[in-house]
Design a binder for this molecule. Structure first.
Ligand code: COA
Length: 174
């Protein structure tokens, strides 16, 4: 399999929509991605496609969010969504996307990336419970608390109080 991971371009948008609908089983996530692209949280440099054998087979976004805490409010980075075409899953495409997106956030000087997801999948990339680092992510009722995770990056400073608090989702997430 040939695999290229690169930033998405507008020409990829229909293929990204197709793979997200296939991966998640409905249009909700794909619709959300469309809204994110129109908002301040969109970060094109960490919105990546995986092209496998010439086909857009996977997609990941690291977008902006806010941390609200005693140190005030500051922007931070959040990984959502991650999706791979069902016919192309379990071939390392998801892992390649997560690693490339984390490298991009690290290079951009982000101190961490938060997400909601299954720890059984994300711990292999260095994600740990967000609460271990003083970050609160409000989850849906059905999600276990361990779903709230953070991956610390090079610029993380444990002594910086602005890096602790509650993650606030911009309204675009719906
Ligand atoms: C989760 C997802 C992105 C993984 O993509 P992928 O390209 O198949 O992932 P990789 O090939 O890098 O890794 C596959 C491994 O992850 C495991 N895995 C996949 N989803 C998992 C999950 N939810 N929990 C635990 N392990 C999971 C697989 O069992 C496989 O393990 P193995 O290598 O030991 O066999 C893909 O399954 C997908 O699109 N799922 C539907 C959408 C979704 O749930 N997205 C994540 C939430 S935003």
């Amino acid at each position: 399999m040939s695999l290229e991971v690169r930033a998405e371009a507008p020409a990829d948008f229909p293929a990204v929509r197709h793979l997200l609908v296939a991966a998640f089983g409905d249009t909700q996530v794909a619709d959300g991605v469309g809204r994110i692209r129109e908002s301040w949280v969109y970060r094109p440099a960490t919105s990546l496609v995986a092209v496998a054998d010439g086909v857009v087979a996977g997609f990941v976004m690291i977008t902006g969010c806010s941390v609200v805490g005693e140190g005030g409010e500051r922007t931070a980075a959040m990984l959502t969504p991650l999706g791979v075409l069902p016919s192309r899953q379990r071939a390392g495409i998801g892992a390649a996307l997560v690693r490339a997106a984390l490298a991009g956030a690290d290079a951009a000087g982000e101190p961490f990336v938060v997400l909601e997801g299954d720890p059984a999948y994300y711990r292999r990339f260095g994600f740990v419970p967000a609460r271990d680092h003083g970050l609160l992510i409000h989850l849906p009722d059905w999600a276990p608390p361990e779903a709230a995770q953070v991956r610390l990056l090079t610029a993380y400073d444990p002594g910086d109080p602005s890096l602790r608090g509650t993650i606030a989702y911009p309204p675009v997430y719906g």
